[in-house]
Design a protein around this ligand. Sequence first.
Ligand SMILES: Cc1cc2nc3c(=O)[nH]c(=O)nc-3n(C[C@H](O)[C@H](O)[C@H](O)COP(=O)(O)OP(=O)(O)OC[C@H]3O[C@@H](n4cnc5c(N)ncnc54)[C@H](O)[C@@H]3O)c2cc1C
Length: 513
Amino acid sequence: MTDCRIRKLVIVGGGTAGWMAAASFAHYFSQNDVEITVVDSSQIGTVGVGEATVPAIRDFFRSLGLDEFEVMRATQGTCKLGIEFRDWSRKGESFFHPFGVFGTPARDVAFHHFWLKLRQFGDPTPFSAYSLAVALCEQGRFTRPHPAPSSGLSVFDWAVHFDAGLFAQLLRGYALKRRVKHVDARIVDVNLRADDGFIESLTLDGGARIEGELFIDCSGFRGVLIEGALQTGYEDWTRWLPCDRAVAMPCRAAGSFTPYTRATALEAGWQWRIPLQHRIGNGYVYCSQFIGDDEAAAALAANLEGAQLGDPNFLRFTTGHRRKFWNRNCVALGLAGGFLEPLESTSIQLIETGIEKLRRLFPDKTFDPALAEEFNRSSQLEYERLRDFLVFHYKATSRDDSPLWRECRAMSVPDTLDYKMKLFRSRGFLVRYEWETFYDPSWLALYTGFGFLPEHYDPLADYFPMSELHEQLARMRGNISSIVQQTPTHAEFIARHCATAEGHAARWGANAA
Ligand SMILES: Cc1cc2nc3c(=O)[nH]c(=O)nc-3n(C[C@H](O)[C@H](O)[C@H](O)COP(=O)(O)OP(=O)(O)OC[C@H]3O[C@@H](n4cnc5c(N)ncnc54)[C@H](O)[C@@H]3O)c2cc1C
């Protein structure tokens, strides 16, 4: 029998995507004779952003056998319970998208119907009052959730903020220790097999060739293999997500040490604030139709809480994805596969699920087309679900103070989102499709945060007496407030578990105790 196993895996790119893929496959194939080579160019560099994550990142750490505090110490990491959205619905208003649930359901009736019912009868308590994660965010506190479902601390999850450069460095060290080869060179040519157009080898700037059987394209927006060589094509979603540029500008640690990311809507886009131990990551994601690069950089600089660190990093992008993520013997991960703006910090998660899918559909040298087909089908659905989630942020705004927001309010949305919005509007019904990244609580956070409320609640909620509902909901709020009071601040938690000397010096002064 012929041995059809893949023996040569070539990863192009040494950014977050490249080193995540290298670390993951090096770990997986640690007992096997599979040669993994990472080719990147220090002259080209990486995108240098991507510092907020979603909770799945902790599964990734675990899958490599890395302790989460070890990662946080190595990357100046902090804790993230969700995102605060400021000025999105209206200027001066804010809400949280927490990683956690709201309230408790009863007899198969989702909690938000009880809240809606009380609201209709005049109870002004906001929906967010039933989220422990939101209460922790508001108070700047943090603790880890408890795994036992019966615990009051089981109702939320958490992610991390980290320094993207340090994270890639950590993974690089991990991969190199596991026999991954690293070549620092620029790829100048991609050589295709004459008969079927599969990638055979890469030519480097010194003339050397690297041969491979399976190629993972992590070359960033360039898509050196998937687009440059294979001309796969790109599905452009700018009509729904109009921001196409960003400027990143880190600053010295200052202001509150929040256990969450902040996204503040501005005139022509929005600004991110990501608190790390040693600095704050800031950026303005904007629509070039409505603001110039210099003006955007100036607007961001004016909002910084601490002294600017380094030069502004300007980035251009087109929201969307490759028509195929897997084409012939090439699989694109990270920015080479597609890009959805960073409003919900989902790009690294897409790299993670891409790696996971590739492992589950791992081919042999015959490259059964059915595997690529399934990879492409599921990846496309995953992107579309996330697209809809992001589009809702723009569509649901009540702002009309600038052309961007007026245009967004008026735009028509994808059918899949339209259907979701209709069902929620009519009866608070939450539609869930295959390959969603964000589940019901996340959609509820957005719907209620934007004041997009149903006309009716579930009639089954009427089978619960009002007095009982008042009592239950008051008890839920009481439980949340007693847990919050016993929880350490985010700064105390970091100091106890994963503080770095540099972070301590930057935030509290080199001479602080
Ligand atoms: C403005 C912005 C904000 C973001 N914020 C977040 C966030 O908060 N959370 C999140 O999850 N994601 C975020 N992302 C996405 C995140 O930054 C990326 O998903 C992540 O960094 C992965 O990038 P990458 O490795 O695909 O590409 P890159 O970092 O661009 O790496 C590309 C690599 O390819 C190599 N390369 C390219 N061409 C060649 C060549 N010809 N020869 C050899 N090597 C080559 C380069 O040297 C480099 O090593 C953000 C992205 C942007 C643009």
